[in-house]
Design a protein around this ligand. Structure first.
Ligand code: SAH
Length: 511
């Protein structure tokens, strides 16, 4: 036997969080990933950066790799000693041809393991609020494929048996043949009033549900242009209480939001927006680089204990400062008795993460308020203050403190540069789909967004994290449609929620 191994991993129906822990762990050690069109491409990020990623089929059917070729590829790579992950939509053994792949691997003497996944046949209905079994409605479940045309000579699908089976029936594939399939079920004696629900792109922010009966669902699907991939649910459970439709009722469901942030920071905002149902994607516009003059920065950090106050103007500044500090010193006490001020809660939280508390933080997160808070606390005249800040421009905090007679030094901790490499996917997405809303969390994200020169639809709204960012946006000629009340991630999320809530409430007529 070769030392290679092939994992047949179920990717789940679409929501990337529906990948199993085992699937994620196996992806994390993959040297080769062979994936399907139905897999969420974001899952590929769990594979090591150097892993080879092979797309084994386009959805429309063109350029699909024939099954024998996929089998041969898996066998070849595994025999070559590689760790291969075969990533398949839903569960690999439910209408996924995973059985054939496992047989091919076994026949060739390859080691393999199966990592089951959440199937769209059950997970899809669940996201539409449809339990496939329910004690008061049914006790059996039939899952069938609509892949074959029932009119086809020699079709192996037994519609009589399917129609006669009690309980819920779930069909995968076959949305394109819904008309002939529902006709066959009717012809086989199924009740025309049987409730039917179709769920397309289930578990993604693009999910859509269509409800009807066996008699009218095909016509409805045709008139609304309802397209694959979709699951069809036939049976009483398809009519359950609308209150169970939890996913499509999320406050930001389906809202397309482009998050412009530095690559490393975008995660938290995107994640929170997605939790609220948004179709959030990242458009990294800037990234931070270390201090251009590392030596000068390190010297100031090393001497930080000699100041009266240490002022942080951003979380990045805190990261850079304490990163350098712990390279120089091994003991937190080497910071001495210096007091610490931060411009806002996010910066304070970052300072706290290094086990330092913040002595002053203004209630409203602006540079002016920070200076006012400091000046209120003490006379700053002749105090030695070290301001940790990014490169470029003038710093309001330093300027104003100097004016008040403080002795200010600036530790240039980092600089932000336009992101040019990591944003290709985000740019492509923006060009293709646009956005209902774009978020800005600093003046530089706005500036660099503009530099990308992307086509922006007139209906696209712009959200700002606070007055400093808004001012920068206006200066760039951008509209500010909404501004956060508290200037941090929870604040901008709350503002976005409120904004779309207001949009949803119908305006009084005549007004
Ligand atoms: N092994 C997969 C099924 C593969 S067959 C699984 O367990 O889910 C492909 C069919 O799955 C599609 O035609 C569609 O019917 C269904 N499907 C897969 N992902 C889906 C999704 N996100 N929403 C709705 N249907 C989906």
């Amino acid at each position: 036997m070769s030392q290679g191994i092939c994992y047949l991993v179920g990717a789940g129906p679409g929501d990337p969080l529906l990948l199993t822990l085992k699937g994620k762990s196996r992806l994390g050690r993959a040297q080769v990933v062979v994936y399907d069109s139905l897999c969420n491409p974001e899952l590929l990020d769990f594979a090591p950066a150097g892993a080879e990623k092979i797309h084994a089929g386009k959805r429309a059917g063109d350029h699909t790799m024939p099954q024998q070729d996929i089998n041969a590829l898996l066998v070849r790579e595994t025999l070559a000693g590689k760790t291969v992950v075969r990533l398949k939509g839903g569960d690999p053994f439910l209408f996924g041809r995973g059985g054939e792949e496992a047989e091919a691997l076994a026949a060739a003497g390859c080691r393999f393991e199966i990592v089951p996944g959440i199937t769209s046949a059950i997970g899809g209905p669940a996201y539409a609020g449809i339990p496939v079994t329910h004690r008061s409605h049914n006790t059996t479940l039939t899952i069938f494929t609509g892949h074959e045309d029932p009119a086809k000579e020699g079709s192996s699908l037994d519609f009589r048996a399917i129609a006669a089976a009690p309980g819920t029936k779930v069909m995968l594939m076959g949305i394109e043949r819904l008309k002939t399939i529902s006709q066959s079920l009717l012809d086989s004696g199924m009740d025309p009033q049987t409730p039917v629900a179709l769920v397309r792109e289930a578990t993604t922010p693009r999910q859509q549900t269509l409800r009807g009966t066996l008699a009218d669902i095909a016509a409805q699907a045709e008139s609304t242009g309802f397209k694959a991939p979709a699951v069809a649910i036939f049976g009483e459970v398809a009519t359950l209480d609308p209150k169970l439709r939890w996913f499509e009722s999320l406050p930001l469901f389906g809202k397309r939001i482009a998050v412009t942030r530095t690559r490393s920071q975008a995660g938290a905002l995107t994640e929170r927006l997605r939790e609220l149902g948004a179709d959030a994607y990242e458009l990294p516009t800037i990234r931070t680089e270390p201090a251009p003059d590392k030596r000068a920065f390190y010297e100031l950090v090393a001497y930080a204990h000699g100041y009266d106050w240490l002022v942080f103007t951003s979380p990045n500044g805190a990261d850079a400062f304490f990163g350098a500090f712990y390279e120089i010193y091994r003991d937190a006490r080497d910071l001495g008795g210096v007091r610490i001020a931060s411009v806002g809660p996010a910066t304070a939280a970052r300072v706290n993460s290094f086990r330092f508390t913040v002595d002053i933080q203004p209630e409203k997160h602006t540079a002016e308020n920070l200076v006012a808070a400091l000046a209120k606390e003490t006379s700053v005249e002749n105090l030695k203050i070290l301001v940790v800040r990014p490169e470029g421009g003038r710093d309001v905090v330093s300027d104003q403190l100097s004016k008040l007679g403080a002795i200010v030094d600036e530790a240039i901790a980092y600089r932000t540069v336009p992101e040019t490499e990591a944003n290709a996917a985000g740019i492509a997405r923006f060009q293709k789909d646009g956005a209902d809303l774009v978020t800005f969390t600093s003046g530089s994200t706005a500036e660099n967004f503009q530099k990308l020169g992307l086509p922006v639809s007139s209906s696209t709204k712009f959200a700002s994290i606070g007055p400093v960012t808004s001012a920068a946006m206006r200066q760039l000629g951008m509209r500010v449609d909404l501004e956060a009340e508290t200037h941090d991630i929870p604040g901008i999320v709350a503002a976005i929620e409120k904004f779309f809530q207001r949009e949803k409430t119908p305006k009084p007529s005549g007004g």
